[in-house]
Design a protein around this ligand. Sequence first.
Ligand SMILES: Nc1ncnc2c1ncn2[C@@H]1O[C@H](COP(=O)(O)OP(=O)(O)OP(=O)(O)O)[C@@H](O)[C@H]1O
Ligand SMILES: [Mg+2]
Length: 253
Amino acid sequence: MLKIDKISKFFFDGGNSIFFNSKKVEAVKNVSIEINTGDTLGIIGESGSGKSTLAKIIAGIHNPTKGDIIFKGKSLLNLSQRQRNNLIQYVFQDPSNSLNPRKTMMQSLLVPTTYLLGLTKDKAYARIKDILKSVSLPLETLNKYPHELSGGQAQRIAIARSLLSKSPLIVLDEPVSALDVIIQEQILLLLKNLKKEFNLSYIFISHDLAVVENFCNKIAVMFHGEFVEIGNTKKIINEPAHEYTKLLINSVP
Ligand SMILES: Nc1ncnc2c1ncn2[C@@H]1O[C@H](COP(=O)(O)OP(=O)(O)OP(=O)(O)O)[C@@H](O)[C@H]1O
Ligand SMILES: [Mg+2]
C-alpha cells in the first residue's frame, strides 16, 4: 500500500544568521519501510529520535530532504496537499493544540468535509453526524469550543476529523500520550473498532512499548533518526536484535 523509500530529513538551525554557522540536524536518516493494507505499524523510539518528523513527511506536512513516498505505485511527492489529505490523514499528539480555539466543533469539521470531499453543506452535515456516532460523541458536541471539551472528547473529535475524508491510512502521532490511563484504553478500543468498521491501516507512533505491543502487528524501532529494527511485533518483543530495543523491553515495568 505505502512504500517509504530511503527518506531523510535535515533541518538547519540558526541558518538565518550571518554570525553563526547553521547547525545541521539529521532528524530522519535513510528510512525505508513498507506498509500493507490492514497493517498497524508501530513506530517506537525515544524523544527526539525523529518519529514525528517522519510521520509529518508521510502525511505531507513536511517535505523530505531525500527519498520518496510511494502510495499504490505512485509517488505522493508530486500530488497536491488536498490529494494527499484524501489518502493519508494525521492525528496530532495533543488534541487541544490541533483544534482552533475560536471555532466550534461544527466549524472545525465542516471545512475539511466540504473542502476535501467537495460535499454541499447539507451532505457534509449528514456525514459529520454519522462520523460523530462512530466516535461515540453526542450531537451537541458540535456546538462546543475546544476549551469546553475534555482531553478524551477532543481526541475523539480529532479522530473524527481524520475519518471524514475516508482516507485509507491514518498516521496517529502519540494519540493517547496526553490522556490519562482509563481514557487511553477507551481511545485505543475506539481506534481498534474504527479500523474494522472502515477498513483502515494505521501508523501508530508511541514511546510506550506496552501500548504498541497490544495495538500493532508490526514494529519499527527508531533510534537517532534511523530504523534500527523492523519486524512483526512478536518477533521484536521475543527476540530483540538491537541493543536499544533490548533496553526498551527491559524498561517495561
Ligand atoms: N521544525 C524543526 N526545525 C528544526 N529542528 C527540528 C524541527 N522539528 C524537529 N526537529 C529536530 O529533529 C529531531 C527529531 O524531532 P522529532 O519531533 O521528530 O522527534 P520525536 O521522536 O517525535 O520526539 P518526541 O517523542 O519528543 O515527540 C529533534 O532533534 C528535533 O529537535
Ligand atoms: Mg513526536
